[in-house]
Design a protein around this ligand. Sequence first.
Ligand SMILES: NC(=O)C1=CN([C@@H]2O[C@H](COP(=O)(O)OP(=O)(O)OC[C@H]3O[C@@H](n4cnc5c(N)ncnc54)[C@H](OP(=O)(O)O)[C@@H]3O)[C@@H](O)[C@H]2O)[C@@H](O)CC1
Ligand SMILES: Cc1cc2nc3c(=O)[nH]c(=O)nc-3n(C[C@H](O)[C@H](O)[C@H](O)COP(=O)(O)O)c2cc1C
Ligand SMILES: Cc1ncc(COP(=O)(O)O)c(C=O)c1O
Ligand SMILES: [K+]
Length: 471
Amino acid sequence: MTGRAFSSDSISYLTQREAAEVDEMLMGPAPGFSVDQLMELAGLSVASAVAEVYAPAEFNRVLAICGPGNNGGDGLVAARHLRHFGYAPAVCYPKRAQKPLFTGLVTQLESLSVPFVSVEDLLGGELLNGFDLVLDAMFGFSFCGAPRAPFDELVRLVACLSRDKAERDGKSPVVVAVDVPSGWDVEEGDVSGEGIKPDMLVSLTAPKLCAKRFSGAHHFLGGRFVPPAVAEKFNLCLPPYPGSAMCVRIGKAPQVDISALRVNYVSPELLEEDVEPDPMDQFRKWFDDALAAGIREPNAMALSTSGKDGKPSSRMVLLKGVDQDGFVWYTNYESRKAREISENPNAAIMFFWDSLNRQVRVEGAVEKVSKEESEQYFYSRPRGSQIGALVSKQSSVIPGRHVLAQLYKQLEEKFSDGSGIPKPGNWGGYRLKPRLYEFWQGQPSRLHDRLQYTPDETEGKKGWRVVRLAP
Ligand SMILES: NC(=O)C1=CN([C@@H]2O[C@H](COP(=O)(O)OP(=O)(O)OC[C@H]3O[C@@H](n4cnc5c(N)ncnc54)[C@H](OP(=O)(O)O)[C@@H]3O)[C@@H](O)[C@H]2O)[C@@H](O)CC1
Ligand SMILES: Cc1cc2nc3c(=O)[nH]c(=O)nc-3n(C[C@H](O)[C@H](O)[C@H](O)COP(=O)(O)O)c2cc1C
Ligand SMILES: Cc1ncc(COP(=O)(O)O)c(C=O)c1O
Ligand SMILES: [K+]
């Protein structure tokens, strides 16, 4: 019934030879990829990984240093995607490959007005300090020996950069290595001690052995194109990519200073004259915005209740209906929340729509929905969830997961003829009838917009009064 989480200890690392063999197979008769395809996906995954860690607002000026082989090609592709992501990349590409694939990549960058800088420009002065991020795409898994000119100087320059970081003013660029940190032995790592010391490594296809020696903060895997046949042939154990992501973090979780975690919200102004007179209409508008923004489960809301002891408790529930009478969700009528609601009908719900910088608070009294309404919803649920509702004595203490699995199996067998699963008597909906709403939208310097609605009656006509609250 359940899958086990991927353990980063079990991930495969490739020798230099295996890396070349995987490459060869990928471009062999089956699966028959072209180098252009793989390079495009590799470069896109590098750009995605960079964007996941280093936001364009803070790390805007990127220098991609590109080598003579395919690692350099990945750098050219990544620079193009970074440009589209809102970065301002420049490229240093001293030994240009003459194949159409590479000349095309250069033309594409030129057509985006991405500047090319020379080695002399970089070596000559402080130019490197003008960048926020250096992308090392000099050498990948075919590197061997010591870097030859002009890359010897470039590797030295980037290596100094990372080495001296502690002594500089903290403004020197971060370094992101593509597949293999340049100057490193593909298997043994930085044996000469003269390789670069990246802050981030994006391994492609599968990490190479040298990645075991990587001690920077961020290790990602990209190159989401390995078909099962190739993975099986090379016995590759690779982590799953989340959702539609082009990259996945494979290193340790980043160390962060929790107190420094903050986002400066920037949104359009939320003005009194722009909101709907009826807060339910305003809620629907914002809910539609949340749907359009692709927020996962925009109907997830925090529900706070408190029983007769006055001690509040909160949990998430899913909004399953909204109409002029209020907000509906479904649950177990013998759960903790149900007990608290039976003792005190006053409750609060809250939505937070992260990518929109929006929060909605609603307060009011709660009552059960009719049995018919609960039944109608119950029978619309997936069969598994219906059985789940029968299985779970919500909020009661149970000895272990096995109890749930056992009962689930029994009930599955009991109803294996496909007959309808009856709604348990202790399962149903609640409706919160609003008497207060607050629409919050995040703004810079914590000077957020807050518009609060409370019921109002003017000249016998029922409506809502809107006031602005200090943030
Ligand atoms: N399926 C995959 O795996 C995918 C792989 N992809 C990417 O391809 C990368 C491998 O590319 P690659 O084979 O072209 O080799 P790479 O490492 O770029 O360098 C070779 C060049 O460097 C040169 N060179 C070597 N040593 C040198 C030295 N000491 N000093 C100076 N130069 C030296 C060498 O010149 P040569 O020695 O032949 O004269 C040659 O020109 C891989 O890491 C990944 O990024 C993705 O695009 C897609 C999927
Ligand atoms: C996103 C999300 C949605 C949830 N939706 C519901 C729901 O609609 N109904 C429900 O009973 N529990 C839901 N749960 C589980 C509750 O948070 C909670 O664990 C459960 O209702 C027991 O709470 P209680 O012991 O306070 O009554 C959800 C949890 C999450 C994270
Ligand atoms: C225990 C429980 N009941 C009910 C729900 C409500 O959602 P659905 O009816 O879609 O299962 C959830 C959602 O997470 C839940 O966890
Ligand atoms: K590299």
